[in-house]
Structure formats: C-alpha cells, structure tokens
Design a binder for this molecule. Structure first.
Ligand SMILES: [Zn+2]
Length: 97
C-alpha cells in the first residue's frame, strides 16, 4: 500500500506536467499505481463511504409483553413493534428503485 505522502507526490508531479512514465521512473513505482492516481482511482482519492442505513435510535421503542413477531423469519419472541422488522422495512425503503 502506498503512503499518502507518495500519492501526494505523484499528484504534484502529474500536475506539474510529468507523464506517467516520468513519474514511474522518478519515484520507482509501478505504472498501474501511477495510472490509478492520475485517474483519481486510488483509495485515498475516493470519497469515504457514508453508511445511510437506518439505526435503532430512529425507530419507535418496543414496549410491553414479549410476543411472537408475526413476520420475522426466525420467529423470535419480541416486544412490539419489532425492531428487526422496523429496520428491515427501512432498509427496503432506502433501496434505490
Ligand atoms: Zn419482526
């Protein structure tokens, strides 16, 4: 794995007009790595993945007696409303059509 410092040096050299071959020779690194950095595809250059899945905090709190959840495939006894079913429903809503 390349250090962030090396990635930054590659970016600076490319911005200064160096070719991929020139950067490869100068920094003693692979063409593929330089190519990926030149095209913004190195892992340091990609935006961080943001987890937008629903959290338990956003759902109504379960209360009352434990009952069999009518829709859970594992059929656990839970307090209603069932958190697992709530999260599953939110995940279905969040799926792109
Ligand atoms: Zn359930």
């Amino acid at each position: 794995m390349l250090s962030r410092e090396i990635v930054d040096r590659v970016i600076v050299l490319l911005a200064a007009g160096a070719s991929i071959n020139q950067v490869t020779a100068r920094l003693h690194m692979g063409r593929r790595s330089v190519f990926r950095i030149a095209h913004g595809q190195h892992s340091y250059q990609r935006p961080a993945v943001v987890d937008e899945s629903p959290t338990v905090d956003e759902l109504p709190a379960p209360a009352g007696a434990y009952v069999w959840c009518p829709t859970c495939p594992t059929r656990h006894k839970v307090k209603m409303p069932c958190l697992a079913c709530g999260l599953r429903a939110r995940a279905e809503e969040a799926k792109p059509a």
